[in-house]
Structure formats: structure tokens, C-alpha cells
Design a protein around this ligand. Sequence first.
Ligand code: DNO
Ligand code: MN
Length: 359
Amino acid sequence: MKMTFRWFGENSDSVKLSQIKQIPGMTGLMGFLDYKAAGEVWTEEEIKSYIDGVHAAGLECEVIESVNVHEDIKMGLPSRDEYIANYNTTIRHLAKYGVKVIVYNFMPVFDWLRTDLARPIAEDGSNSLYFDEKDLGTMGPLDLVRKTAESCNGFSLPGWEPERLAELETTLKQYEGMTPDKLRENYKYFLDAVIPVCEEVGIKMACHPDDPAWPIFGLPRIAHSQEDFDKIVALHDSPANALCLCTGSLGSNPENDIPAVIRHFGEMDRIACLHIRNVKYLGYRNFREASHLSYDGDLDMFAIMKAVYDTCPKDVYVRPDHGRMIWDEVGRPGYGLYDRALGATYLNGLWEAIDKMSK
Ligand code: DNO
Ligand code: MN
């Protein structure tokens, strides 16, 4: 397992590369050019300068998270061909600088969604990301974006800064009438175009699950169960058409048996990387994020790590996913330093124990 850490770049992350380097066992990043809009080409110069900086800090950058897919591709608009061509150029550029895996998602309009980005945890005074479908009440997507932007140190839902609200309205309108099958058809069109390029340059595309793991605001979502991912890997049959298995996203629905899903796709060699974190169920479609420890949440982290150990390549990329905000840290919700560093250390401990017990 290669333990990595998500980093948003010098200008948009409260965590420094030198701090990441000091986390025991950290090999590299899941890196990101935060200023690139979906659909734009990542130039060679930009990539080189970013990756050189990461290397200078003693870390690898073999995974990029994310190269976002333009909405026109998901909606199947005629302009998609131009954006797909740009995506392929970015794939080629990233491969030149040693990138092996590109994480992305195919969620319409929104990346992960929460109703509270800093929900206090009564037991210990920390806070974490929280979702309760009931809190949505009559709130529409625009209200939610507004509310989260107000509630958390100027941070809003990923990709939806308040100044983009007008655009959000138009985008939502364009999705009206889109069925899951139609979305899958557009997804296949995208994969048929990018996977051959990935095969040629040695990159794997890793699809991140919908989060939470069910449809929201009536938008179609097609990546939140084992059955969904069976369909996705079949859309274009290639080891380069792979998954980023996120235990917390898929695990937001207690019906998903996470260790079983890992074994299923691990045995098919379709897991390119994993996000590993825990969730605590509070009721129907109501959960909060917990520390990584099994006993703090509802996922069995030992069973998860054992499934990874048994079925994935021994050098599979893993990262702790969101963490709580602890020790008075202020930063991007879910992406502070302390709780994620604890998570990484815990996951490394589980791995060492499993490895030594297996010999
Ligand atoms: C949620 C996070 C996501 C993820 C993107 C990948 O669990 O890991 O923000 O990074 O959906 O495209
Ligand atoms: Mn994730």
C-alpha cells in the first residue's frame, strides 16, 4: 500500500507539504491544480512546476485528484467533443510527468454534499461533516449552496462558490429530464474516447462514488452501489477503466457492504486507489463523519484493510479521506492536517498487523 494525502496546492490548502512529509509512512500526494476549471487543458509547464515542487518536498505525485469532467460531457451536448479532446491532452501531459492514476467522478452538478460542514460532536468537542436529508426540508440546491457558504470559514460546497450561483441555476435546468440510462450512455461515450489514450500512456482512470450514496435533488446518479459499478466497468472493458473506492462515500448507505465491494472489484483488478474513512449512522439518510477508528463509527476498518490486503496490488494507492476538525485547527472542512494524519497512522498500523499476521 502506498499511503498518500490529498493536497489542494500552495494557495488553497492550510496544510504544508513539509507537514505532510512528516506524517509517518507518507509516500506521496493525490495532487491537484486547484485553479483549473473543468474542461481546461492542464499544460505541461503547469504540471511540471507543480510536480517538481512535490518532488522537492520528498514526496511522490503518482495520483491526481481530480481532473474534473465538464458538465457538457455528462449532459452529452455537442460541445463535449472539444472537452473530451482537452481531457485526452491532459491525460497525455500528466503521463509524461509520471502520473499513474487520475481520480474523477461522474456526478451531475455536485461533488460531495453535506448539510453541515462543521457539526459539533458532543462527546469530544470536535466537529465533522454531517448530512441529514430531513434538514434539506424545502431547501433547494441553491439554498444549500448559500447556506454552506455562510456557515464555514468562507468555505462552500466543492465547486460551488456563491459567485457561481447563476451558473448553477442554468446547469440544473439543463439536466431536467435526464434519466440514469441516458447519463450512462454519455458516460460510455466519454470512456470510449479516453480509455484507449490511458491504455497507450499507462494511466488508470479511477471513478469516485457518488456521495452521499443516493440521488439528490432529483438529479440522476449512477455510481453508488456494487451493481452501479458493475455497469460502469462494463461500459468499457479495460483495466484502465478502474475505480477509486471511497469507503465513506459508498458507506453512507448502510446497505453497501464495503469489505465485500472491495473484494469484488479487487479480484477483478479494477481498484486503482482507495479513500478510506469511517461514518457514523444517525438515522435514515442521516450520518456524520467519524474518526478513522472502527469503534468511533459504523465501518469495520480491519475488515476493510484485510479486503484491500487480500485482493488489491500490494502497492495500491490509499489515502485517509475526510477527517474531523480537532485540536482547534481551522481549515478546509474535512481536510485538516491532524485527524487525517491520525487516520493515516491508524491505517498503517492495521496494515502492518495484517501483513505480519499473514507471514
Ligand atoms: C469525497 C471526496 C471527493 C472526491 C471527488 C473525486 O469523499 O473524496 O471530493 O475527491 O469526488 O472526484
Ligand atoms: Mn472520497
